[in-house]
Design a protein around this ligand. Structure first.
Ligand code: ADP
Ligand code: MG
Length: 680
């Protein structure tokens, strides 16, 4: 059956369909494979004394008297006093004026929410209210929590999935599996959306993770077959320019950097074409390695393309390369090519690339669009590879069909070597396992929001000393409730807390590209002292003069992501400081953040993160942005990953072209994925 558009589903009008599209849901099948990011467990109501403040709990309590409504500006606040067996809890709700009528004094309900202590009394903000009987029915079930976008509620998605499952066409939908497994897969998918219990959820998840990995690895392997052991078509030789640059840099390369560059220098001269992954933690100095490789290639008369995942990073690479080449008299012309450039400027750059005038072409994925014709492209470098989609990799392979350029991939993702081989099995691996010697380890602390003013004072002190600071707030789009700080509002407030001569600017993903570049540029030049930003600065950004980072709502980020963010500081010789601030002070959050406090080592953090994540946080790292699979997690599911990899090897031995009829579903699925951008 062909794919059925989501617009056909009962209850979904044009507007809702648009919102679903924003979530990447275009068809019935997409909705079916739109898995919850977490689950809410309806546990036995607890007594207050058994609960820890900072925990989400369900508590049975009586409403003491009629709830009151008051207004504070635009806010409508309903407050009520709740009486349990032993304690009194105050509760407030926002924008729910009807509660004054629907909550009956003297009656018992179940209230579920985050229990906090305020002063000497217990406090609930916005708890969900249940009839005791209704709650009884939900008891010990797991309810799905879906990733959302503004305008769509969790309930709406839950309802849509239920509607889909009762649609007459449901059983005929295309699944990513062979025919004989359809029943099992349907069962697993239903379990993922609406688990019967925790054990069956874990089983279903494993089942689907295997399928997800299997398809992913198969896709990578099929790409690789095309570019395996290809001949080196270029005549590249080592050049004195790299040696001279290394000697004139203001710092000495670390032993690891020297070793890795020696490997690359060698690769470029071999009979076969280079495919190499350089892994190194944030701040280990990968960029200069990329530049050295590019110089070697360009001085032999060929071109290099350097791709970065964001325009901000591409622009920064371009500027630092221009500066470096001027300073050290390196006769290579770098050009920048990004999506936001004017059409006229793009045409100019295209011409310089085609004529060979441009030696190094730096940009985003605009670089690999078919409009770009190179004179003689011999090296393709991807920075922060884990941010690129399979699509880009595919396009690279297409380029390979032309001339087979050397490929160099840079990544900070700290994945175990065995996993790296599965994920990037087609690549040789170099590791930069050493940070520059003079660098001081970042000093960290984990604090609650009471510390905010102290933190501001500290930042002010650093700014007065000529340094700069980042303040990280959660994504504008992701801000879900009153808790999340919004970048723009935050900046306004922040300006009030600092003297007028401190320049504060903000940066977030929704801004126009040239606006982003302008702000980043100002920060780079130290015209901006404090940059309030979402995670858009997460990868690659390099402003060594920044010495403080304050992360608001640190509990909302994954540990590996926090480590990447923190990598933006501590890049120069000065002492740097990272402050993780969290309103939530419960034990789990604190233990997680303490890991960051203890260590600046990405590999250690990733492995600790895995250990700390109990079953309740089954889907933790998946949210963090590295390696984004729908369900799978390359750390936690390493076993499954390996099993899937072995099975792919077996399959390709038996049926390398996937011509057997029982494999037609794979061919179909791979073709379908070709049309959609998959983000790793
Ligand atoms: P990453 O590996 O995260 O991409 P970068 O290549 O951006 O790191 O390097 C981070 C900072 O360290 C840059 O300011 C760079 O100039 C500097 N750097 C690189 N190598 C060394 C070194 N051997 N000694 C001192 N500083 C270095
Ligand atoms: Mg980098």
């Amino acid at each position: 059956m062909d794919f059925i558009s989501i617009n056909n589903l009962k209850g979904i009008g044009e507007k809702t369909a648009g919102l679903y599209n924003k979530l990447g849901i275009f068809s019935y099948e997409d909705l079916l494979y739109y898995f919850p990011r977490d689950y809410m467990e309806y546990s036995e109501p607890k007594s207050v004394s058994m609960s820890e403040p900072g925990e989400i709990v369900a508590i049975k309590a009586k409403v003491v008297k009629r709830p009151l409504m008051r207004r504070a500006g635009k806010l409508q606040i309903v407050s009520a006093m709740l009486q349990t067996d032993s304690d009194v809890i105050t509760a407030v709700w926002f924008h729910m004026p009807y509660l004054t009528k629907s909550l009956h004094p003297g009656e018992e309900y179940i209230f579920r929410g985050l229990l906090e202590v305020k002063g000497s009394s217990y406090h609930f903000e916005q708890p969900v209210i249940f009839d005791t009987e209704k709650y009884e029915a939900l008891l010990n079930t797991l309810q799905p929590i879906y990733p959302l976008t503004k305008g769509i509620t969790n309930q709406a998605i839950t309802k849509s999935v239920k509607t889909l499952m009762s649609d007459s066409r449901y059983k005929y939908l295309e699944l990513k599996c062979p025919d004989e497994k359809r029943d099992e897969v349907f069962e697993a998918i239903e379990e993922i959306h609406f688990p019967k219990n925790f054990d069956s959820l874990v089983k279903a998840r494993k089942y689907l993770v295997y399928d997800e990995f299997f398809l992913f690895i198969l896709r990578l392997r099929l790409l690789r077959n095309d570019n395996e052991r290809l001949k080196n078509n270029f005549n590249i030789i080592p050049t004195a320019y790299t040696k001279r640059l290394i000697e004139s840099l203001p710092y000495e390369l670390t032993g690891a950097q020297k070793k890795v560059f020696a490997e690359i220098e060698d690769d470029l001269c071999k009979d076969t074409s280079m495919s190499r992954l350089v892994q190194g933690d944030v701040g280990s100095g990968k960029t200069v390695i990329a530049i050295l490789a590019a110089i070697q290639v360009c001085m032999s008369g060929y071109q290099t393309a350097l791709m970065a995942p964001t325009e901000i990073l591409a622009t920064q690479h371009f500027e630092s390369i221009v500066k470096m080449f001027n300073e050290y008299n390196i006769p290579i012309k770098p050009v920048l090519l990004t999506g936001s450039m004017s059409a006229a400027r793009k045409r100019e750059v295209y011409a310089q690339i085609e004529s060979g005038e441009a030696g190094i072409v730096i940009g985003t994925h605009a670089l690999i669009q078919s409009k770009v014709i190179y004179k003689n492209l011999a090296l393709v470098i991807t920075d922060e590879q884990h941010r690129f989609g399979v699509r880009q990799r595919e396009t690279l392979t297409m380029k390979n069909e032309l001339d087979n350029p050397h490929v160099l991939v840079m990544s900070a993702t700290p994945i175990p070597r065995t996993l790296a081989i599965i994920m990037y099995g087609d690549l040789d691996i170099s590791v930069i396992d050493e940070v520059p010697a003079r660098r001081l380890p970042i000093k960290n602390c984990v604090v609650n929001t009471d510390y905010r003013n102290t933190a501001y004072n500290f930042i002010l002190k650093e700014v007065k000393a000529g340094h700069q600071a980042y303040i990280i707030c959660p994504l504008v789009e992701e801000s879900e409730g009153l808790e999340a700080e919004d970048v723009v509002n935050y900046t306004e407030k922040l300006k009030g807390a600092f003297p007028a001569d401190v320049n504060i600017a903000f940066l977030h993903g929704k801004m126009k590209q040239d606006e982003k570049n302008r702000v980043m540029d100002a920060f780079y030049r130290n015209d901006v002292n404090i940059l309030v930003s979402t995670t858009v600065v997460e990868v690659g950004v390099n402003v060594p003069n920044a010495t403080v980072m304050l992360v608001e709502n640190a509990d909302r980020f994954g540990l590996s992501q926090l480590h990447q963010l923190r990598g933006r500081i501590g890049r120069g010789d000065m002492q740097s400081y990272c402050i993780f601030m969290s309103g939530k002070q419960n034990k789990t959050v604190m233990t997680r953040l303490e890991t960051l406090n203890k260590s600046n080592d990405g590999f250690f953090i990733a492995s600790e993160d895995m250990k700390l994540r109990g079953p309740g946080d089954l889907f933790g790292l998946r949210q963090s942005g590295d390696m984004r699979f729908k369900l799978g997690d390359v750390f936690n599911d390493a076993e499954i990953l390996k099993e899937a990899a072995d099975d792919v090897t077996k399959l390709l031995k038996e049926d390398p072209e996937l011509n057997k009829p029982e494999h037609s579903y794979l061919k179909k699925e791979l073709n379908r994925q070709k049309d959609s951008v998959v983000v790793l």
